[in-house]
Design a protein around this ligand. Structure first.
Ligand SMILES: Cc1cc2nc3c(=O)[nH]c(=O)nc-3n(C[C@H](O)[C@H](O)[C@H](O)COP(=O)(O)OP(=O)(O)OC[C@H]3O[C@@H](n4cnc5c(N)ncnc54)[C@H](O)[C@@H]3O)c2cc1C
Length: 467
């Protein structure tokens, strides 16, 4: 067999599974169709780490609570920012006040600490969020809830897994999975691999032995309309605010790390920008059209997560479900898959496992003394590529040279934050393209934004020496 285990899909689930399994003496590969891991839905989401108090599903609540604790630990270990903002869930619609009591009772029954009901006590609410600019009679406060960068977490899991021997096969599309004696044959657009076990985390169906899997589809999809407001307010709201305005319409105000506000509006239909801003005023009255820096939409579902190991005897595990808290749940799912495989394959732990991510240096977070020290070691840290976010060439080069390094402009942006400032990349895009071309020994015309055929520069216009 080529591999003991093949993990299909490099989203947050696939990366978390690769990380957990890389601790064991087994030969593993992960197959991902994109140029980078976590390039799909793991990138566009609300980035909230839930604590298990909001859901009526006991199993999902348990997984969220375990996941939350694992993520907090992992973020500390890998230096991924974990912003424990807390969340105020409000009930501007009187009918919803009872729901807050139900959630509170559930949190108590589940032993989740740090969850409180606040009623007729303006002072307490405004102590929690002094910059709240709306009247709230009743709220459920959870001090556990946090905001993270899911992409940063996924890439950390993947880098550590790669450093410990997992073979990442990017730009390979899984086309078919077939049972063979003692395992599987997985066919991609480039290769055929054999393995003993398949862990399939690809959300879509891929057919085994040409039989369509009989997965029950939950069609309860809603639209998540996102509006990103720039950091233009004098007083930043630091807490996650959630309100169910009307049946089925939820508004979430998520403080971003750059002190802007990401407003998510869950609704049955796509909203226009004006409709979105109008609804967002229920919790974020300061939101004005001229402060909007981006809008995007995603499909949202509360379909529960299932680890389908009904075919474990033949070596097949499939993760199904499109739950809204899948990032929170991801490390708990990875642990369960690891335990299942540990028992069935009788695998042993590596003695030389290194549970550490290679250091990442953030120039803008360093003191002048530290900056001078790093510039004396590598003068590329003294060359600022992104003036909006104070990001140096040294950081860009490091993110390309690391295990599973960036190979696209988007990959560099996500890893370093370059190009995500107010200029939206107008000053630094060309610099990133040139550095990528130099580091990968490619022509700058071959550098892509994020995927095949997304080349940025189409042709030469003049024979400048540099190009
Ligand atoms: C609007 C929205 C908001 C959300 N907000 C939150 C939140 O606040 N908190 C939270 O905890 N969760 C949240 N989630 C959930 C979370 O973002 C996603 O569900 C999660 O990132 C999915 O991870 P995944 O690994 O299952 O899937 P994906 O990220 O989709 O990964 C699957 C991978 O498989 C690859 N792939 C697909 N087909 C193939 C193929 N044939 N061959 C090879 N590779 C393939 C894809 O390229 C992709 O990288 C939200 C989801 C949505 C939609």
């Amino acid at each position: 067999m080529d591999y003991d285990i093949l993990i299909l899909g490099g989203g947050i689930i696939g990366c978390a599974v690769a990380y957990e399994l890389s601790k064991y003496n087994i030969n593993i590969a992960l197959i991902e169709k994109d140029y980078d891991v976590a390039d799909d839905i793991s990138f566009i989401n609300t980035a909230i780490i839930y604590d298990g108090s909001e859901t009526s599903d006991v199993i999902m609540a348990g997984l969220e609570n375990i996941g939350m604790k694992l993520i907090e630990r992992a973020c500390k270990k890998f230096s991924v920012p974990y912003n424990k903002t807390g969340a105020l869930r409000m009930a501007s619609n009187n009918n919803n006040k009872g729901k807050l009591d139900t959630m509170y009772e559930r949190a108590k029954e589940r032993g989740i600490e740090g969850v409180y009901i606040i009623e007729d006590n303006d002072k307490l609410i405004y102590d929690i969020e002094p910059n709240l600019n709306i009247k709230v009679d009743k709220a459920l406060y959870s001090e556990n809830i946090a905001v993270i960068s899911p992409y940063d977490l996924a890439i950390s899991y993947a880098e550590v897994a790669a450093d410990n021997g997992v073979n990442f096969k990017l730009e390979e599309i899984v086309m078919d999975i077939k049972n063979i004696s003692g395992g599987f044959k997985v066919t991609t657009n480039k290769n055929k691999f054999t393995c003993k076990v398949v862990v399939n985390t690809i959300p879509d169906e891929i057919y085994i032995d040409n039989n369509k899997e009989d997965l029950e589809k939950n069609n309860d999809y809603k639209n998540m309309n996102y509006i990103l407001f720039e950091n233009k307010l004098e007083k930043h709201i630091n807490t996650i605010l959630i309100d169910e305005i009307d049946n089925g319409i939820f508004v979430i105000n998520n403080p971003t790390i750059s002190e802007g506000n990401l407003i998510g509006i869950k609704s049955n239909h796509l909203l226009t920008l004006d409709e979105g801003i109008d609804i967002s005023k229920n919790i974020f009255p300061e939101g004005k059209k001229e402060f909007v820096s981006n809008i995007f939409t995603e499909v949202y579902n509360k379909d529960v997560m299932v680890i389908d190991d009904s075919k474990l005897n033949s070596g097949y595990i499939k993760v199904t479900g499109t739950h809204y808290g899948k990032i929170t749940i991801a490390p708990a799912i990875a642990m369960m898959i690891k335990d299942t495989l540990k028992n069935s394959l009788n695998i042993t732990r590596k003695k030389d496992y290194v549970d550490k991510r290679r250091e990442v240096y953030r120039f803008k977070e360093m003191s002048n003394e530290e900056r001078n020290e790093i510039i004396s070691l590598d003068k590329k840290y003294g060359n600022i590529v992104c003036v909006c976010n104070n990001i140096s060439e040294g950081e860009v080069v490091d993110c390309i040279r690391r295990p599973l390094g960036a190979r696209t402009v988007e990959g560099v942006k996500r890893r370093t934050g370059v190009g995500l400032g107010n200029c939206n990349g107008s000053h630094c895009n060309i610099k990133i393209i040139k550095i990528l071309a130099r580091e990968m020994n490619k022509n700058i015309l071959d550098i892509v934004e994020d995927s095949k055929d997304s080349n940025i520069l189409s042709s030469r216009i003049k024979e400048f020496k540099e190009i």
